[in-house]
Design a protein around this ligand. Structure first.
Ligand code: AMP
Length: 416
């Protein structure tokens, strides 16, 4: 039997794994600069958490969730997204009692039974942040700024920000009514999913990927015409903050976001060269979610991005983010005594935080020097009978060929 990896998943192998480490580290760094702290939640949760938060009519719940029952018949799901688990944890651990604002970020695998293609997988890795505890539009801008800073920290140039407001539950009612009126004459031409959307959540009609349904989008009423005064003001203030922060944006009234819990600000980071899967990250305000999941009514905003698409975008721009791992120092040891002393040298070098390598399977001087060159090491340390007698070491710079003889005890301080 030849075992195969499940469809829609992938192994992260070297040297690609160094790139993953790099982007993760960069995200830790940028999130910390904004005062966000890491939260890790389980990979599976009660299925009901997602049914309740994402909405029964969402694609995620209807088609994409990996559900399973445990030995006692309880229904669980592999997490399809990170916000609901963070909110579950926020409520369960009373984080709201500890500080007025909670700034949390996470990274980890998410699971959706999606049709795999370039940039779309069944297990994919998201990074995301949640800012919980304020409705001030400054924080909407700050969460967006964090993502934009992360992308520019990595050197990405062509990512674009699109923003929208989906209004609050009051103005959404009027908008849903307007959408139903607009779509009513076309009802028979819509796909089956859209017929359900029409009944349950008309705003999702704008999100349909079926070409014949997509065509109706162009003339559909715009969300903006249905925002009430406070929602309009929130949006205008967000735009003002983005301008002050010198973050470029375009307004796209058709951003609806796939999940039910969004209110007011919705945004997306688009990378045009990625084809059909061109969304690098997306997020928005979800003022209704915490109360919906049983917590105190608390406003919040967050976003999530996908590492796979981010790495694809970095590749498109030819950005080299992690160099292949090469030794700093390669040890060339001639004779039995040198081989013993060499073990002590390896220990000293590694204690100094240097990557040192030695291969006991290669015994001749020529074979060891060849291996040192092939490894790409910056330096070789040569130790033979003469050096042992003098208690010295020969340090060879492998790119220039220059050699430097030092006393054995000087190794701990040598400026490699
Ligand atoms: P969402 O949680 O659907 O708002 O997605 C947020 C981000 O996660 C997207 O912009 C993508 O970068 C990434 N993403 C979502 N679904 C997938 C998937 N199936 N495969 C890879 N990345 C994904």
């Amino acid at each position: 039997m030849n075992y195969k990896i499940p469809r829609g998943t992938f192994d992260i192998l070297p040297p690609q794994s160094a790139k993953w480490q790099y982007v993760k580290q960069s995200f830790h760094k940028v999130a910390s600069n904004y005062g966000f702290e890491e939260i890790s939640t389980p990979i599976f949760e009660m299925a009901e958490l997602f049914e309740r938060s994402s909405g029964e009519s969402s694609d995620v719940v209807q088609k994409e969730m990996y559900r399973f029952q445990d030995q006692k018949g309880r229904s669980f799901a592999l997490r399809p997204e990170g916000t609901a688990p963070v909110v579950r944890s926020y409520i369960e651990n009373h984080l709201g009692m500890q500080a007025a604002h909670s700034r949390l970020y996470y990274m980890g695998p998410m699971f959706r039974y999606d049709r795999p293609q370039a940039g779309r997988y069944r297990q994919f890795y998201q990074y995301g942040v949640e800012f919980i505890g304020s409705n001030h539009p400054f924080y909407d801008a700050e969460v967006i700024a964090l993502e934009m800073d992360f992308l520019s920290e990595l050197g990405l140039k062509k990512a674009r920000l699109e923003i929208n407001s989906v209004g609050c539950s009051t103005c959404a009612l009027d908008y849903d009514k307007a959408l139903r009126e607009y779509y009513k004459p076309h009802l028979s031409e819509l796909c089956t999913d859209c017929k359900t959307r029409y009944e349950l959540r008309p705003r999702r009609l704008l999100d349909c990927k079926v070409p014949s349904c997509k065509a109706f989008r162009t003339d559909a009423p715009s969300q903006f015409d249905y925002l009430d005064a406070p929602c309009r003001e929130h949006f205008d203030q967000l735009c003002g903050y983005l301008e002050l922060m010198q973050i470029e944006y375009t307004i796209n009234p058709q951003i609806v976001r796939g999940l039910d819990y969004y209110t007011n600000t919705a945004f997306e980071i688009i990378y045009d060269d990625l084809g059909a899967q061109n969304s690098l990250a997306g997020g928005g305000r979800y003022n209704a979610l915490i109360a919906q999941l049983g917590g105190k009514d608390t406003p919040a905003i967050g976003f999530a991005g996908g590492f796979e698409r981010l790495l694809l975008a970095l590749e498109k721009e030819g950005i080299e983010i992690a160099k292949p791992l090469k030794p700093d120092i390669y040890l060339v040891l001639m004779g039995e005594i040198a081989q013993t002393t060499g073990m002590e040298i390896l220990r000293i070098l590694r204690k100094r935080g240097l990557y040192a390598e030695y291969n006991p399977e290669k015994t001749s001087f020529k074979a060891q020097m060849k291996a040192a060159d092939a490894s790409g090491a910056r330096y070789a340390i040569l130790l033979g009978e003469d050096e042992i007698k003098e208690n010295s070491l020969l340090i060879k710079d492998l790119s220039s060929g220059n050699q430097n003889k030092i006393a054995g005890k000087a190794l701990a301080e040598y400026p490699f």
